[in-house]
Every structure is written in structure tokens, then in C-alpha cells.
Write a protein that binds this ligand. Structure first.
Ligand SMILES: NC(=O)c1ccc[n+]([C@@H]2O[C@H](COP(=O)([O-])OP(=O)(O)OC[C@H]3O[C@@H](n4cnc5c(N)ncnc54)[C@H](OP(=O)(O)O)[C@@H]3O)[C@@H](O)[C@H]2O)c1
Length: 250
């Protein structure tokens, strides 16, 4: 199969790329800095593209070059996140998050659709977050972008199903990636149910194989989110803000 992964240069995206390469598939990855990936000699079926997903033309050119009209799977993993609430973020940080998590993801859905329409088949997996499954007023702008992305992906699923193209939304809990470690000064001890990138990649690949609409993991986080999502908004807000304070002070 031919599989393209945006944000495949580190973290979850890279772990997915390696698992597909190990299984003998052709994999294309992109990121703004591809120098950090040094897998080429081990994996001749890997192709790397340096681009920002905000630039739709650059993304279309790269995916067309890689897939040559035959794209089986697209995984939108490129994401930009920080832990902070809106009033602690600069304008540049907020817009970077919106450009990557919303416009970049829509560009990825659109480019996939344009190429997959040629054969009327394909599969798009969009990496959102469990934080996007909860609706409460004081959620961070990151959670809001992922909530919007879940809704947007649902709309694409409905629009594309008649053309043989399936859309899976992935909602991971905490995954021990370089970015999550960087944001937490290498200490993830206060984060609940953290899993590693290899585990995340295997769950995501299985969810795509099973053509799931929504994949939430790990299971303990899925049950916790399921419980929290039925609470009244004010109680949910109280619990979530207490949790943030505990993680910062504790
Ligand atoms: N780790 C977690 O706990 C967690 C939990 C839930 C959801 N997620 C989501 O999972 C995805 C991967 O997260 P991660 O933790 O593995 O993050 P990561 O280690 O920071 O990796 C992010 C990847 O996206 C690329 N990227 C970022 N902005 C880009 C842009 N504008 N254009 C092209 N590529 C871009 C990065 O490469 P460059 O910097 O070179 O561009 C990198 O390859 C994200 O969508 C994130 O929101 C993560």
C-alpha cells in the first residue's frame, strides 16, 4: 500500500511510519524540518517531503509525487499544541495552532479527497485528541481546535462515503512523544494513563484496518472520558480546572 503521513517526522506520526515500513509498505512523510529523520538507509520505501501543511499547493505536489494517483491511506498527524489557556498564549502561538490543527488538517483532507477521487477508494485517518471529546467552556484553544477537527472530519466522512473513501477520527489520550515531554520538562508522572508512541501507532493502524469511525485510547482514558462527558458542564469545568491546578502545583 501507499501511505502518506503528515507530521511523520517525530512522535506518533513517525512511529506509525516505521510500523508500516516494517510491514513492507511504501510510506511518504512530511514536516517542516525533515533533517531530523534519519531512517533512509534502513527503509528504501520511505520518501520525505519538507513542507508546512498550511501550504495546500506544496502538500498536493508532494502527495501527488509520492502516490502517483494511487493513495491508499492518508494520516493527518501534524499537530501543534501547548498546555496553556488562551490568555497565556501569544498571538503567534494561537495562530500557529489554528493554521496547523484546522487549516492544515482541512488541506490534508482536501488533497486526499482530490487524489482518492481518481480511483474512488481510500482511507483518511485524522489524529484529534480525547480532549476534543469533552465540551466545556474553559477548555484550552488546543482542545477547541481538536473538537472542531472531530466535527469537520465527521462532515468529510458523510460527504466522502459515497465515493468509497472512509474517514477515521483518532482520539489519543496522553502519548509519550518528544513534544509532550518538552512541554512537561521531561516529567510525565502527573499525566494519567500515558502510553508510548509504538503502542499508539499499533492501535491507530488496527483502527484503520477495522475501518472504525472513531478510535479512542487507551481504554482507561476512554472510560474516563465517557464518564466525564455525561457530567453537567459546570461540574465538568470544576473537575477539569482542579486537575490542571493539581498537575501544575503537585
Ligand atoms: N502526544 C500526545 O499526548 C497527544 C495526545 C493527543 C493527540 N495528539 C496529537 O497527535 C499528533 C502527533 O502528536 P505528537 O505528540 O507526536 O507531536 P510531535 O512529536 O510534536 O510531532 C508533531 C509532528 O507534526 C509536524 N508538524 C507540526 N506542525 C506542522 C506543520 N505546520 N506542517 C507540517 N508538519 C508539522 C512536526 O514536524 P515539524 O516540526 O518538523 O514540522 C512533527 O512531525 C498531533 O496532532 C497531536 O495534537 C498527541
Amino acid at each position: 500500500m501507499k501511505i502518506f503521513i503528515t507530521g511523520g517526522t517525530t512522535g506518533i506520526g513517525l512511529a506509525i511510519a516505521v510500523q508500516y515500513l516494517e510491514a513492507g509498505h511504501e510510506v511518504g512523510i512530511c514536516g517542516r524540518n525533515i533533517q531530523k529523520v534519519d531512517l533512509d538507509k534502513n527503509y528504501p520505501l520511505l520518501k520525505k517531503y519538507q513542507l508546512d501543511v498550511y501550504d495546500k499547493n506544496a502538500l498536493k505536489e508532494a502527495v501527488s509525487d509520492f502516490a502517483n494517483q494511487n493513495l491508499d491511506i492518508m494520516i493527518a498527524s501534524a499537530g501543534n499544541y501547548s498546555d496553556s489557556a488562551l490568555n497565556q498564549l501569544s498571538y503567534a502561538e494561537s495562530t500557529e495552532m489554528l493554521k496547523c490543527n484546522i487549516v492544515g488538517a482541512v488541506n490534508t483532507l482536501e488533497v486526499s479527497r482530490e487524489i482518492m477521487h481518481l480511483n474512488n477508494k481510500g482511507h483518511i485517518a485524522v489524529i484529534a485528541s480525547v480532549s476534543g471529546l469533552l465540551d466545556y467552556p474553559k477548555a484550552t484553544i488546543y482542545s477547541k481546535t481538536k473538537r472542531a477537527l472531530i466535527q469537520i472530519s465527521d462532515a468529510y466522512r458523510r460527504a466522502l462515503e459515497d465515493f468509497g473513501i472512509h474517514v477515521t477520527v483518532i482520539a489519543p489520550g496522553y502519548v509519550n512523544s518528544p513534544r509532550l515531554r518538552e512541554l512537561n520538562n521531561d516529567d510525565l508522572s502527573k499525566k494519567p494513563f500515558v502510553v508510548d508512541c509504538q503502542y499508539a501507532a499499533s492501535i491507530i493502524i488496527k483502527g484503520i484496518e477495522e475501518k472504525k469511525n472513531l478510535v479512542v485510547f487507551p481504554p482507561k482514558m476512554k472510560y474516563l472520558i465517557g464518564f466525564l462527558s455525561i457530567l453537567p458542564a459546570r461540574l465538568l469545568t470544576f473537575i477539569m480546572l482542579k486537575r490542571v491546578k493539581h498537575q501544575k502545583n503537585g
